[in-house]
Design a protein around this ligand. Structure first.
Ligand code: FAD
Length: 317
């Protein structure tokens, strides 16, 4: 179905396409011809990585409003891109921001909307895993256009056999005053921590209510292993860590080589976001904690002591 155009919101990290961006292109190529739109500057190397994963065109939209205001300018920009590209499907990452942009965009363009999909068929049927994996929902849009957000790690990024020769196409947009309603005044420094992103890190060290709010040891172990920091919803709800780091059903799905759960009981909603990790290590003071049922290695003890000893051991090596 070469005439079906799929618009993909491709995000960059430090100028390089993120893994979720390449996953979205891989899924888009199943349905039709992917057109990548980046709400940032794109260099030729990044454009070629996008092309290698299926992008037939790479559009770059640059406007200071994307960084300065909450998501409204981004959905307004995508609305204008969609009016020019006329896609049948728009794919975005299932991050909190991606979902909000998707919802606003769907309303603006009168599209159907599916969020948190984990798979996509060639006819644009989406699959969602709901109720912590207890049910699978398959859905198709009934409008001319479907906007769908896909959970990271739903598919392995796959290079295409014959990448298109792309040059970055600047795309000018006009951001209205109405979209500049909520200006960003401060950012949580932990969100720009310099650590690898939660969805891409080979190692994720997550802290739960058992940290008592002190994430220093969790962060120290993540740094010693070159990993990302995650958090349970209990820790996020307590205000101990930003929601962007929540792992689980209503947070991010991760699938690292190693997942360390520190002071996390292992509720089904948490497991929904990490149970495909290749190896799971759990540190918990309660030997009956449910997390031990899926852990490859369990350590019964106080996480502050255990994580400290592990960090010391790594530093002594
Ligand atoms: P708790 O369940 O309170 O567990 C804390 C653990 O720490 C205990 O096992 C305890 O033994 C251990 N502990 C205490 N002190 C120490 C210590 N000093 N050293 C070592 N261990 C210690 N949860 C998520 O995480 N992600 C989600 O996305 C999510 N989505 C949800 C969606 C819905 C609709 C609902 C209803 C719930 C959701 N939850 C989610 C919440 C989930 O049900 C649990 O409440 C939550 O995961 C519990 O977090 P926790 O394991 O940190 O806390």
């Amino acid at each position: 179905m070469a005439d079906v155009l799929v618009l993909v919101l491709a995000e960059l990290d430090g100028g390089t396409p993120t893994r979720p961006a390449l996953e979205l292109l891989t899924l888009a190529a199943r349905v039709g011809t992917p057109v990548a739109v980046v709400l940032d500057e794109v260099d030729q190397d990044a454009a070629e990585v996008l092309a290698a994963h299926g992008a037939a065109r790479v559009l770059s939209v640059v406007d200071p409003a994307f960084e300065a205001y909450l998501v409204a300018p981004r959905s307004e920009a995508l609305d204008q891109v969609a009016a020019a590209v006329r896609p049948s499907l728009v794919l975005l990452p299932s991050t909190p921001e991606g979902k909000e942009v998707a919802g606003r965009l769907a309303v603006r363009i009168g599209a159907g909307l599916v969020t948190d999909a984990v798979d996509l068929d060639a006819d644009a049927t989406t699959t969602q895993s709901v109720l912590a994996g207890g049910w699978t929902v398959r859905a198709r849009g009934r409008r001319d256009v479907l906007v769908a957000t896909m959970k990271p790690n739903s598919v392995a990024p796959a290079p295409v056999e014959a990448p298109a020769a792309v040059t970055v196409e600047p795309f000018a947009v006009t951001i209205s005053d109405a979209a500049r309603g909520a200006r960003i005044t401060a950012r949580d420094p932990r969100v720009a921590s310099g650590r690898p992103s939660l969805t891409e890190a080979p190692v994720v060290v997550s802290g739960g209510r058992g940290t008592g709010g002190d994430f220093a040891k969790v962060e120290a172990l993540a740094d010693a292993l070159g990993g990302a920091v995650g958090a349970s919803r209990a820790a996020v709800d307590a205000g101990w860590y930003p929601h962007a780091y929540q792992v689980g059903q209503t947070g991010t799905t991760v699938s690292p080589q190693l997942y360390v759960a520190a002071g996390i009981s292992g509720a089904i909603q948490h497991r929904a976001g990490m149970q495909t990790s290749k190896a799971v290590v759990a540190v918990n003071s309660d030997p009956e904690a449910p997390i031990f049922a899926l852990a490859d290695l369990g350590v019964v003890g106080d996480l502050q002591t255990v994580l400290d000893e592990v960090v010391q051991g790594l530093q002594d090596r």
